[in-house]
Design a protein around this ligand. Sequence first.
Ligand code: FES
Ligand code: FES
Length: 173
Amino acid sequence: MARIEVTVDGVRYVDEVEPRLLLVHYLRERLGKVGTPIGCDTSNCGACTVHIDGSSAKSCTVLAVQADGTEVTTVEGLVRDGELHPVQQAFHDNHALQCGFCTPGMIMASIDLLNENPEPTDEEIRHGLEGNLCRCTGYQNIVRAVRQAAGGGPAAGRSPAAEGSPAAAEVTA
Ligand code: FES
Ligand code: FES
C-alpha cells in the first residue's frame, strides 16, 4: 500500500492505496465521485477526463499514486455557489448531449481547451476534443457549446483548479 495526499474538488484526502489502483477507480469507488464515468477499457473514449493541476487527463490512464500531491478537479467540482460553470451552462443551452455519458469528459476537456485557446475556431475545437468520443450527438452541438463558452467572458474555460481551490478540508479515509 502507498500513502497519498490529494485534493479532489477542493477537499484534501489522505489515503492508503494499492500502487496499481487507477485514479478513476480511486475517484469513483473510494471517494464516490461517480460523475466521472468509465466508458471504455482502451483509453480511447475520454469519458473519464478530469483535471490534474488544471490540465485535463484521462483518469483511467493515471495511477492514483501518480496523483499524490496534486489537485484534481472532476465535473462534480465545477459548480460554484450553485452556479454552473460557463462550459456546463453552454452544454445545457446548446443541447450538447443526448445520453450524457461522454458529457463529463467533454466538459473537462473543453475547459482545458479554452484555457489553452480562449478563442478557438470550430476546427480547433474539433481538433482539441478529438480524444473524447461521443456516440450520440454528431458533435455539432458540442462545438456550438464550446463556441458559446468561448464568448462568455473571462470566466469561460477556467477551472477551479486554475483559480485556486477553496480552503481545503482534510479528510482521512
Ligand atoms: S474510460 Fe478513460 S478513456 Fe475511456
Ligand atoms: S451524448 Fe451520448 S455519448 Fe455523447
